[in-house]
Design a protein around this ligand. Structure first.
Ligand SMILES: *[C@@H]1O[C@H](CO)[C@@H](O)[C@H](O)[C@H]1NC(C)=O
Ligand SMILES: *[C@@H]1O[C@H](CO)[C@@H](O)[C@H](O)[C@H]1NC(C)=O
Ligand SMILES: *[C@@H]1O[C@H](CO)[C@@H](O)[C@H](O)[C@H]1NC(C)=O
Ligand SMILES: *[C@@H]1O[C@H](CO)[C@@H](O)[C@H](O)[C@H]1NC(C)=O
Ligand SMILES: *[C@@H]1O[C@H](CO)[C@@H](O)[C@H](O)[C@H]1NC(C)=O
Length: 458
């Protein structure tokens, strides 16, 4: 009797620990090259589970993967407990720039997936050899995805994954291949069709027997646009053509096919993004010392850098804020979001939108030193986009709500210290589309390259 109780307990422990994975994504940026030939690389990876507690590590599959240090941060926890996405920032130091592969291989996905995937497995190939066309090491394609995306079984939907490559390479997607240890096994979902050149997964209306959870296990690769050579620290050269992938990264997540809805028209059951929403794939630039603000309504679900901060600014309005850290200067990072409306216990997702944000001092002041009597101002609203979501839930449950995502970048530079009145005057002079407001988020002195008494305020 006590024996069977014990084994029952063990079984429960096993199944809670083992059935909870909701995918991963890994990307990398090369960091430093040292005189002795050793190199460092920053790898950012998403870890998606039901809870925010599990810490499984990536290990070396092939090559010399060097030594690692990493820190895990929470990106977003879905409010009903469906999932928690964390981001790991890993730095690896390797003795040479020779390629290596990391893999994530271990426990179990969520239970009862329709395509029969049980175990998780994912592979990243890191290529750091010097590229002949850029004169530096390769950077992987940059992308992200939510742990789970939803679609009602009777609605058509395209999931266009973000595919941004900082080196300007051609990016393609394919399903994982089990003989390359990219998944275990790699059975694609029967309900999706993949366009590999646009990295778009298309879902077509299907019958109720196909409802349930599917595991999507993709590999994203970057290909050179011309034949290039890769040079190792010891001088060895390898030539690769436009058919050879340089690096590869995993994108794994769950697709939930929900029960049919009475209407697939956006704005009725399914939340809808209203113009001016940042278009899918938009690239937004942000000064390293400024905060990018995206005012967006319902629950906003997102995936992006760990230092992305979300807040609610009224019914149906969300704000996403991202202030790049010093170490993110010059990096292009992906953000994806959907709006989730919940009605009668059923969750409805808007379409998936993704943008790339670049943290960089794109507008370094070029003003030559002049007698600093009159404030010189340069205003550059480079990005003024608004996204979002409006949802109208079935009939009387909730009045229809409107919401906006606003992405705005504004930089003002002055050679003299500006008073508050001066700054307010400039802000009011900035011409914006109707219904938009501007507010000063930060006012950090920026030390420019110019030799002027640099008290420029932004
Ligand atoms: C190479 O130099 C780096 C930075 O000084 C150091 O951390 C690393 O241990 C050195 N590697 C070897 C193999 O000596
Ligand atoms: C890569 O090669 C270029 C010349 O092709 C050279 O200028 C550069 O220093 C090299 N970079 C590294 C990290 O070795
Ligand atoms: C999987 O990879 C193996 C080894 O590279 C290759 O021979 C095979 O064609 C690949 N399978 C698919 C479906 O691409
Ligand atoms: C649903 O579609 C599957 C194939 O996709 C088919 O085998 C099944 O008979 C269909 N069921 C109904 C109720 O139409
Ligand atoms: C975003 O919403 C917050 C809260 O309502 C507001 O304080 C802020 O000014 C808005 N930002 C923009 C750029 O409209």
């Amino acid at each position: 009797m006590s024996l069977s109780v014990t084994s029952l307990v063990l079984l429960m422990v096993c199944s809670t620990q083992a059935s909870h994975f909701l995918g991963t994504v890994m990307t990398y940026y090369p960091k430093d090259t040292f005189a002795n030939g050793s190199v460092t690389v920053t790898l950012r990876y998403k870890l998606n589970f039901h809870d925010c507690i599990y810490d499984y590590t990536w290990s070396c599959l092939s090559g010399d993967c060097g030594t690692e240090t990493y820190t895990l941060y929470v990106v977003k926890q879905e409010s009903s407990g469906d999932w928690c996405q964390r981001e790991g920032i890993m730095t690896r130091q390797v003795s040479s720039n020779a390629p290596f592969e990391l893999w994530f291989n271990g426990g179990n996905w969520i239970d009862n997936t329709k395509n029969g995937i049980v175990s998780w497995r994912a592979v990243t190939r890191v290529e750091l050899r010097n590229r002949s066309n850029t004169g530096k090491a390769n950077t992987s394609p940059q992308t992200t995805i939510l742990p789970a995306v939803r679609v009602p079984s009777n609605c058509q939907r395209d999931f266009s994954l973000l595919m941004f490559d900082p080196d300007g390479d051609e990016v393609k997607c394919r399903y994982g291949n089990s003989s390359l240890s990219e998944c275990n096994p790699c059975t694609p979902p029967s309900v999706l069709s993949l366009s590999s050149s646009s990295c778009t997964l298309s879902f077509s209306p299907t019958n109720s027997s196909n409802e349930g959870s599917y595991v999507v296990q993709l590999v994203m690769e970057d290909f050179p646009r011309q034949t290039i050579t890769l040079t190792k620290t010891d001088g060895t050269q390898t030539t690769i053509t436009t058919n050879d992938a340089i690096s590869k990264i995993p994108i794994q997540f769950a697709l939930k096919v929900d029960p049919a809805v009475p209407s697939c028209t956006e704005g009725l059951f399914l939340p809808k993004f209203l113009p001016p929403t940042p278009a899918n794939g938009a690239q937004l630039y942000n000064n390293i010392i400024q905060t990018l603000e995206i005012n967006i309504t319902a629950e906003l679900l997102y995936s992006g850098p760990y230092n992305l901060i979300s807040s609610t600014s009224g019914p149906g309005q969300f704000t996403l804020r991202w202030t790049p850290s010093e170490s993110e200067d010059g990096q292009s990072l992906p953000i994806c979001f959907v709006v989730q409306a919940v009605s009668g216990g059923t969750k409805y997702h808007s379409e998936l939108r993704c943008v790339t944000v670049t943290g960089a001092n794109v507008d370094t002041p070029t003003t030559t030193p002049t007698p600093a009597t009159t404030p010189t101002t340069t205003t550059t609203p480079t990005t003024t986009t608004t996204s979002t979501s409006s949802k109208t839930l079935p009939a009387s449950t909730t009045p229809s709500e409107r919401s906006y995502v606003t992405v705005l970048k504004l930089k003002m530079t002055s050679l003299v210290d500006l008073s508050k009145i001066d700054r307010d005057t400039f802000l009011t002079q900035v011409r914006l589309p109707q219904h938009m407001s501007v507010r000063l988020i930060s006012s950090n002195p920026q030390i420019g390259a110019t030799a002027a008494p640099c008290t420029g305020k932004t």
